[in-house]
Design a protein around this ligand. Sequence first.
Ligand code: 1HE
Length: 257
Amino acid sequence: MNHTDLQLELQGDIAIIRLTRGAKRNALSDALILALRHTFENLPSTVRAAVIDGEGPHFCAGLDLSELQERDAGQGLQHSRMWHAALDLVQYGPVPVIAALHGAVVGGGLELASACHIRVADATTFYALPEGSRGIFVGGGGSVRIPKLIGAARMTDMMMTGRVYNAEEGERAGFAQYLVPEGSAFEKAVELAKRVATNAPLTNYALMHALPRIAEQPADHGFFTEALMAGIAQSAPDAKERVRAFLEGKAAKVQKT
Ligand code: 1HE
């Protein structure tokens, strides 16, 4: 599907998904949310990792406020569920997703970023949840995903007081795993995506689908699920080949950076 506000570009086995609504700071209209969902549902099977980027000086200004009109409670609920369905496909879709962050990562933009597996932020990035001051609440999965990154106390403070985290504070708080110089988030995200794409597919699958579920389970259940996943991953020919290559001195050692 072609969409004027969303571009999909393939660079080998990496999908570059770009929000191209820079004039509106990549605000997420209903159409854009549906396009995002459609894109993740229909990624070519050759894709092994994806990067999400935003055109212009800001990653994403969140919900398109011009569409926040006269919804009744039921319509509001369905609207939020539509976001959940789309962002669920980002988190639990076919491939790991790396977000290249810069400028505003606010409201629904932060909800989108938090559905990704790795976040790379450049020095211009800032994080906020203006829902608090707009008289609304998060609705794109933010209350589930954001506390897992920064804790419920920080999220409460952000929404109650309008606190904005800059790039360095955001990295310290746990929003982003990588902080890079201004203008280099996309390049770093692609570099990481290429590295992630070389992993055994079952390892990436386990990290995307087993790890977050294990983290939610009571320890006893978690250990059991972990053992099942470990057994399945180890049994794959890919794993045996990779271990053999290391033992034969043909695979890279772990090295200090
Ligand atoms: C928008 C939006 C938007 C910009 N919806 N149109 N999100 C917010 O509350 C954040 C609102 N946006 C901002 O605070 C600022 O726009 C930014 C800090 C992101 C960027 O500032 P700046 O100075 O670069 O741009 P601008 O001049 O404010 O915006 C440029 C245009 O984009 C302008 O439209 P124009 O026709 O006058 O050019 C803005 O109106 C438009 N624009 N952001 C609609 N968000 C699932 S629930 C999630 C709930 C939420 O996400 S609530 C948080 C919404």
